[in-house]
Design a protein around this ligand. Structure first.
Ligand SMILES: *[C@@H]1O[C@H](CO)[C@@H](O)[C@H](O)[C@H]1NC(C)=O
Length: 451
């Protein structure tokens, strides 16, 4: 019935500055009605749903010949990576974390060893300076009380540091490459997202993998916003690109991305037409912007998880420690469905009737107080005045009717006017109400317009 989008701010937004707040207020109230009216015959329900994900992709890395090398232990990063290596933890509901970069510290065992010189540089010259049983803030262990020789891992310089009780040798926390991530190839990994939803109120259930989808298609398709927006298999690089980010940059220190699966359905239409829409949002920087307020970059807040894999050799417990940087993908399911219902229809019908009478009152306000020629209309409304002094005029009734028509059909008045030929004998003026709504301080004696 009403042919206006929700962004259409209605008919009064063109008013002059002083009226701006007033007209915006009226427009907002009015707009609410329009939204209400658009699906006013439906009752609604929010989506319920769950999602699981399955990643695919294998990579082989070898950085020993890299010109970008930063770590003193490049050989640790020569290896193959499959799903069990880079998805941490293995199963997560409504999300998944993909490791893209890491610091590896293999074969650590409990013992005493020099602290990382990067943490405790030139910490001591004698044992006295290494107080026993004292921890080092952000360090790897508890001091033993001895000052020992060590080699700086980056500069290879000899130095002295406090010895610590720790997992030894201690982790040297240096990302392996300066300007890129180890697992850049994760850009080409894919994830299949299986999503089931329901609108409980309407007993409606559906999945994002459509029943009609043929298995061959599912094996080969890749999501693309323009070319294949319904394919449930996503290349990680595509997801990150959709947020406006560079995967390669994000892979270095990680980040958080929300995958929003939107189900906005009109259940009065065919089952087939209720389809998901995918949106991708970078979630971490936005939070940081609110918190920081300055030109914050998420590169400053790495997303990092540490974990060990433990094993025993000859009764000694060892661990391979991994500090993983990666991208956390959160899957969120949102949406609303509407379906015909007689109750809201009657309610909205009633408020629609109220709107009609409201429109009359509002148009009175517009015509009698806001238009340039309000004085004339006031007289025309309350007295019978001969109206031919300034040439042909619209009568009060005509202007008010125009206003009401605009209000009720919610067409912007300019549009109404463009499509609306002034009948002959009405002065042939082709200006609209828009021209007539003026600043209230406009001098009444100003050169009259053709109204
Ligand atoms: C991803 O795949 C494309 C095409 O196969 C290739 O050109 C590109 O180098 C790959 N990206 C990475 C980071 O390996």
């Amino acid at each position: 019935m009403l042919a206006v989008g929700t962004n259409d701010v209605g008919l009064l937004t063109f008013a002059m500055p002083v009226h701006e707040s007033l007209s915006r207020g009226i427009a907002t109230v009015f707009d609410k009605y329009v939204i209400f009216w658009q699906k006013g015959y439906q009752s609604t329900d929010n989506v319920e749903g769950s999602a699981t994900s399955k990643l695919k992709g294998v990579a082989y890395t070898n950085i020993s010949n890299s010109s970008d090398l930063r770590t003193p232990f490049p050989e640790r990063y020569t290896r193959v990576w499959d799903v069990s290596d880079y998805v941490i933890p293995a199963q997560q509901t409504n999300g998944f974390f993909v490791m893209t970069n890491m610091v590896l510290s293999p074969m650590q065992s409990r013992g005493a060893c020099p602290e990382d010189p990067e943490i405790d540089r030139d910490a001591c010259t004698t044992d006295v300076e290494c107080k026993p049983d004292e921890g080092i803030i952000t360090g790897n262990g508890i001091k033993t009380g001895r000052c020992v020789n060590a080699t700086h891992p980056k500069t290879k310089e000899a130095t002295t540091v406090c010895e610590v009780k720790a997992w030894c040798p201690v982790e040297v926390d240096i990302r392996p490459l300066w300007t890129s991530a180890i697992l850049e190839e994760a850009e080409n990994f894919t994830v299949l997202i299986k999503n089931s939803i329901s609108f409980p109120k309407f007993g409606f259930v559906k999945r994002n993998i459509l029943d009609t989808t043929d298995p061959m298609y599912l094996r080969s398709c890749r999501y693309s916003r323009l070319k294949d927006p319904l394919c449930p298999i996503f290349r990680l690089g595509t997801i990150v690109a959709e947020t406006g980010q560079s995967f390669r940059q994000m892979a270095i220190k990680g980040g958080v991305i929300t995958i929003d699966i939107q189900w906005n359905c009109n259940l009065d239409l065919s089952y087939k037409l209720c389809l998901p829409k995918y949106r991708f949002i970078r979630a971490d920087e936005q939070d940081a912007k609110i918190a920081g307020g300055f030109n914050f970059s998420w590169f400053d807040t790495p997303l990092r998880v540490g974990f060990g894999k433990f094993y025993r050799i000859n009764d000694t417990e060892y661990r391979d420690l991994t500090k993983a940087y990666g991208i956390l993908f959160q899957v969120k399911i949102t949406g609303v469905a509407g379906k015909f219902d007689i109750v809201p229809l009657m309610l909205n019908f009633a408020s629609g009737v109220a709107l009609l009478s409201l429109a009359t009152v509002m148009c009175d306000v517009v015509v009698l107080y806001l238009l340039k020629k309000r004085k004339y209309y006031k007289e025309a409304k309350f007295q019978n005045v001969a109206s031919n002094e300034n040439g042909p005029q619209k009568t009060y009734e005509e202007v008010a009717a125009l206003c009401e028509q605009a209000l009720v059909t919610s067409l912007p008045i300019t549009q109404l006017n463009n499509n609306h030929q002034t009948p002959p004998g009405m002065g042939g003026s082709n200006h609209s109400l828009r021209d007539e709504i003026t600043h209230p301080t406009t001098n009444e004696t100003k050169k009259p317009t053709s109204l």
